[in-house]
Structures are given as structure tokens and as C-alpha cells.
Unconditional design. Structure first.
Lengths: 519, 91
């Protein structure tokens, strides 16, 4: 808000070929916020869902929720309907901001939805037809949005929520991570200083809002009056022209994008001279990718960021140095570096005792960016947010394997300790896929494995089932109705008996071996 | 028919996608034509597009520079095939 007053006529957001100034974005956000505030009966839970994709409404919806004193819950229309419905139900949201493009999906969700909702549709002048069709819910279109001056600044408490973000959960139900405003403020304060963001900067917005790295783009840009540039869904795939056309100064994406752009032949020498900061996060960054990127963006620094959603966007970073870094990398992967100010690192064995310098263990962290835990799930929160022996403070167990640094060496990331895998930067619990396949197939012996192996994780998922061959197509259809595309198994393998190890547990390695051999 | 002509590439694309879809238990949709958007119609996702680009490059035996192609048209059958064919002709 302060930024909007300081730079009212500077561009705040470019999306859908439209540019909104800070004044325009603020006004739309205030109108949405005031509309939500005018009906407090729809905020028994301090959350508002935002069902919108890469449109001005999506961004104004996020700001409007926050200005109303509510955290935002991003929903994504590229997810299956059932998953979105589950997120909306589980979040206990009573208000939702929707863009025109997501409206058809919302209507499909509303049939059978039990809770009355306040549905704000800033792109639709008159939602009268919808109101008639769904009398249980309250629809507000552009015509009836509250005036911006009706907005009242909400009281911010210590644990006021910034956003509730659902990640893949091992029991077949997505888990909601609750991130507080103070977590995000701590993060943004450090980032804007470190990268010296000013109103002259132009930041990329590559991440979907259901991916928490999008919060970096929005809040880092808007804290300093910079221009947030949101490409269309298709431009994401071939962003070369967009980077040059918009003269982006800060780039932030998953490392897979580098490999992607290399394949498209759009990572040539000095192709992106406007970039001064390039950041990568979300999956391991291969050394070769870092080198290729810097050749195309020679005036840019490059940093590798690391952080689970539970620790707010990112919490360690590593500055790439062409001379020193290849020697510090492990397994060809760029180190994740050093914790942000105030964030503490503990590398522990399975009993949560600290390992010796140089040894490998699980990464635990705490500090001002440690989130509030899982939404309405004290059991899962207690399992992941723990007080290790000999400590007095709570730490978050990341589930990531790292080497405890010797001296002032950087942290290096060595993979996951459990069955979470990364598919194109998406964190996927294989257990969730197994649970859904188990349910859909009626078979008990179900094992999901990441396959094929790629430099930064896996290209997809394949599933082994114990039992007589069944109709793969039908099974895939049933599973696809409940999972995002990247989690839908590419193939099903039916075996009379699944390989097991000496402890009687399913032997994932043996199943991987079958895939390696092409069985 | 010259396999590198726009028509030849359309045939290649159709065969390639039919096989891909068949391995996932699906068929190529009725509306598959020059205006068909592979991404929006759900025929491929962004990972699938990368596979497709690699298949194109293998088929043509050369690297294709996609910088000149309008991203909005990149996933549309007609413009994609015409672009790749023109790139090959340029060498």
C-alpha cells in the first residue's frame, strides 16, 4: 500500500497483454477487499480462495484477500476438479475471488458444494444469472463491488495468515501449509535488500500461484515498486522473446526451464543482456545448466535458492562463481549454500542427533520463516515440527538429505530421505499416488516409482501393482480424475508378486531395475 | 511427399502423437487439424512438448531455433509445422 502511494503511475503488473499501474491495482484490490469486509459472515475462517490464472484478477484477488485481513488460498484450473474441490472444502474458505476463465470450473464445483460462499467476480458486470441458478451462494460482480474508499485497514496479529498452500500429502489427501504474514515479511525484507530491488526493476512471474515461489515474484516486486511481468501460459514454454521484449532485469524459475530453453535453441551467447539477477529454485540445479544460463545472460549474477513451502519460499542460497563453484558442487549439482539471516541449520541422524561435520543427515531448520504448520492437522504438524533431543526450540524436518558443512563450506543437497520425489519442480509424495491407485484398483500391493530419471528428478511416475492384469486405460482415467497431469502414472505394471526385500518391504530398487532393463 | 515439407511434417506429427497417445490409452481427437492447439486441447503438456521438439529435431537431423516462433503459435499444429519446415529450408 505504501508502494502504491509512492509510485501511483508506475507499472505494477503486466498480465494478459494489459498493464496495471500501482494506482489501478491498488484500487481493484481495495474494492475486492472492501467487498469481502462488508460481509463478515463469510470470513469465519480468515481465508479467501483465489481461483484465477495469470489474469489481473488473480493478482488483485491475492492483494484483495490480504487487504481484507484474510490469507489467500490459490486454486488452479489446470488441476483436476476433484482436487480443487477438496482444497476448497479443506480450507474452510467462505469467500472466493474468481476470474472469467475459471468460472466454468467453479460452477462445476458448486454443484454439490454444501457451504454457502461469497463469490466475487470482478470480470463480470452482472452475475444475476448465476445468482438465480445458485441461490444458496452470494455472487458479486463488477457492478456491485464496494468502492475503494470503503476499505478499512485490518488489524494484523502475530499469526495472521499470508497464504494457505496445499502440497502433495502421503495419505492421498493434499496437506495445507499455513504461512504467516510475519514469515513472508521476514523473507521479503531480506530479498529486496540482497538484490537491491528498485522501481526500475522488471521481474518475471513464471510460477503458478499454487507454487509458493510465485510469492517471491509478487511481494518482492511490489515491496519496491517494481514491474511484475506475468507471461501467458504458452509464453512460459518459449519465453525468449518475452524476456527481451519486456527487458526483464530479474529472472526466477525452476532449473528445468534452462534445459527446456537449451532444447529450443534459445540459450545463445548474450541473448538476454537485460538480466542482472537470475535465481533458480524448486529442484536441484545441475552445474551444466548454471553455466549455460550465464552464457546467455552474461550481465547477471546467478543464485541457487532452496526451501520447502514450510520454511516460506526459500531459506538458503548459494551465489554461483564460475571459478569456485564447480569444485564445491557434489554429484554435479550446485550447492544450496548458506541459511538466510536468522535461520538456523541442524543436520541430524534418524534419532535427530546432530551428525559430525562432513557427515550426511537430514536437514532441519528453524527461524523467522518457519511456518505455522499444517492446516487443521495437529498430528502431521507434530510429526514434522519437532524439538530434537538436547534442544529447546522447534525445528522443521525438511526430509532432505544434506552434508553437514566442514568449516565455512556450503550445504550440499543429496536428495530426499523419504519417498518424495521432484517432477519438474513439483514436490510429489509417491505415497499419495499409491493411495489413489490402491483405491481405484482395489489392489493392496501398489508401488509408485519415479521414472525416467532426469538431471533434476524424474520425468514422470510409473506404478507396479500386485495382482492379475486389469484394464490400464480405465484405471488411468480414474486416477487422472484425481491427480494433476504430472502425477498421473505413465504406465501400470501388473505383476503376480511384487519384489520384496529381506524385511518384507516392497523392494523399490528391484522395481526400478526392471524399468532400467526395459521389462 | 518430401518428409520435410509442411505436409510431410504434419504427417510425422500426426503419427508421432497417435503413438504417444496410444501408449497412454488415448486416441488422437477428431478436431486434430491445422488450428488444433496441442496444449489447450490437452493432447500434450509442456513436458510432452519438449519430447515433441526433440522428436522433430531427430526427424530433421538438425537443431531448430525456436526463438523466432511466436510462443502463442508454438503449440498450434499448422504454424508449428510451417515454421519447422521453413527453418529446415533455411538450413
Amino acid at each position: 500500500m505504501r508502494t502504491a502511494e509512492k509510485f501511483p503511475e508506475r507499472p505494477a503488473l503486466g498480465a494478459q497483454s494489459k498493464t496495471l499501474t500501482y494506482r489501478e491495482l491498488r484500487e481493484l484490490a481495495c474494492r475486492i477487499a472492501a467487498t469481502v469486509q462488508a460481509r463478515p459472515e463469510y470470513s469465519p475462517t480468515p481465508l479467501t480462495a483465489v481461483f484465477a490464472y495469470r489474469t489481473p484478477t488473480a493478482f488483485a484477488g491475492v492483494l484483495g484477500s490480504l487487504l481484507a485481513g484474510n490469507g489467500y488460498v490459490p486454486l488452479n484450473r489446470s488441476f483436476p476438479l476433484d482436487r480443487t474441490r477438496t482444497m476448497l472444502e479443506r480450507s474452510d474458505c467462505h469467500s472466493i475471488v474468481v476470474d472469467l476463465e475459471s468460472l466454468p470450473q467453479l460452477q462445476a464445483i458448486l454443484s454439490g458444494f454444501q457451504r454457502p460462499l461469497l463469490v466475487v467476480i470482478p470480470d463480470l458486470e452482472d452475475p444475476g444469472g448465476l445468482q438465480e441458478q445458485w441461490p444458496m451462494h452470494r455472487f458479486v460482480g463488477a457492478r456491485d463491488l464496494a468502492p475503494p474508499q470503503a476499505w478499512r485497514e485490518p488489524a494484523i496479529r502475530d499469526n495472521s495468515i499470508a497464504y494457505l498452500l496445499f502440497t502433495s500429502g502421503s495419505t492421498g489427501v493434499p496437506k495445507g501449509v499455513v504461512v504467516a504474514q510475519r514469515n513472508v515479511i521476514s523473507f521479503v525484507d531480506y530479498m529486496v535488500e540482497r538484490y537491491q530491488i528498485t522501481e526500475k526493476d522488471r521481474l518475471s512471474q513464471m510460477f503458478d500461484m499454487t507454487f509458493d515461489l510465485s510469492a517471491f515474484d509478487m511481494f518482492v516486486a511490489w515491496e519496491r515498486g517494481a514491474f511484475l511481468c506475468c507471461p501467458s501460459q504458452k509464453t512460459l514454454i518459449n519465453p525468449g522473446k518475452y524476456i527481451r521484449g519486456m527487458q526483464l532485469t530479474l529472472w526466477f524459475s525452476v532449473p528445468s526451464t534452462i534445459a527446456f530453453m537449451k532444447q529450443l535453441g534459445i540459450l545463445k551467447r548474450n541473448q538476454y543482456p537485460s538480466l542482472r539477477v537470475s535465481l533458480f529454485c524448486g529442484e536441484p540445479l545441475p552445474v551444466s545448466s548454471a553455466g549455460a544460463w550465464l552464457e546467455a545472460a552474461p550481465h547477471s549474477i546467478l543464485e541457487n535458492l532452496y526451501g520447502p513451502t514450510e520454511l516460506t519460499i526459500s531459506c538458503t542460497l548459494y551465489r554461483w562463481d564460475p571459478a569456485r563453484s564447480p569444485g564445491e558442487a557434489e554429484l554435479g549439482i550446485v550447492p544450496i549454500g548458506y541459511p538466510y539471516p536468522g535461520m538456523r541449520v541442524l543436520v541430524a541422524d534418524h534419532n535427530l542427533n546432530e551428525v559430525r561435520p562432513g557427515d550426511v543427515g537430514e536437514l532441519l531448520m528453524n527461524g523467522p520463516q518457519m511456518s505455522l504448520g499444517y492446516w487443521q492437522d495437529p498430528e502431521k504438524t507434530a510429526a514434522a515440527f519437532v524439538i530434537p533431543p538436547g534442544k529447546t526450540e522447534t525445528y522443521y524436518r525438511t526430509g532432505d538429505r544434506v552434508r553437514r558443512p566442514v568449516g565455512d563450506a556450503p550445504l550440499t543437497h543429496l536428495g530426499r530421505i523419504d519417498f518424495q520425489v521432484k517432477i519438474l519442480g513439483h514436490r510429489v509424495e509417491l505415497g499419495e499416488i499409491e493411495a489413489i491407485v490402491r483405491n481405484a484398483s482395489g489392489m493392496d500391493g501398489v508401488v509408485a516409482v519415479g521414472w525416467p530419471v532426469t538431471p533434476s528428478g524424474y520425468g514422470g511416475v510409473e506404478v507396479f501393482l500386485e495382482g492379475p492384469p486389469a484394464d490400464s486405460d480405465r484405471l488411468r482415467k480414474a486416477v487422472a480424475a484425481q491427480l494433476p497431469e504430472y502425477m498421473v502414472p505413465r504406465r501400470f505394471h501388473f505383476l503376480e508378486q511384487l519384489p520384496r526385500n529381506v524385511n518384507g518391504k516392497f523392494d523399490r530398487k528391484a522395481m526400478l531395475q526392471r524399468l532400467v532393463k526395459g521389462l | 511427399m518430401n518428409p520435410m515439407s509442411p505436409e510431410g511434417l504434419r504427417t510425422f506429427l500426426r503419427t508421432y502423437l497417435s503413438e504417444k497417445l496410444a501408449s497412454r490409452g488415448r486416441e488422437i481427437p477428431q478436431e486434430f487439424g491445422d488450428d488444433c492447439d496441442l496444449l489447450l486441447s490437452g493432447i500434450i503438456d509442456s513436458l510432452g512438448l519438449l519430447d515433441l521438439i526433440m522428436a522433430f529435431q531427430e526427424h530433421c537431423g538438425c537443431e531448430i531455433d525456436f526463438d523466432a516462433l511466436d510462443p502463442e503459435k508454438m503449440t498450434v499444429v499448422g504454424p508449428l509445422c510451417d515454421f519447422v519446415s521453413a527453418q529446415i529450408a533455411k538450413g
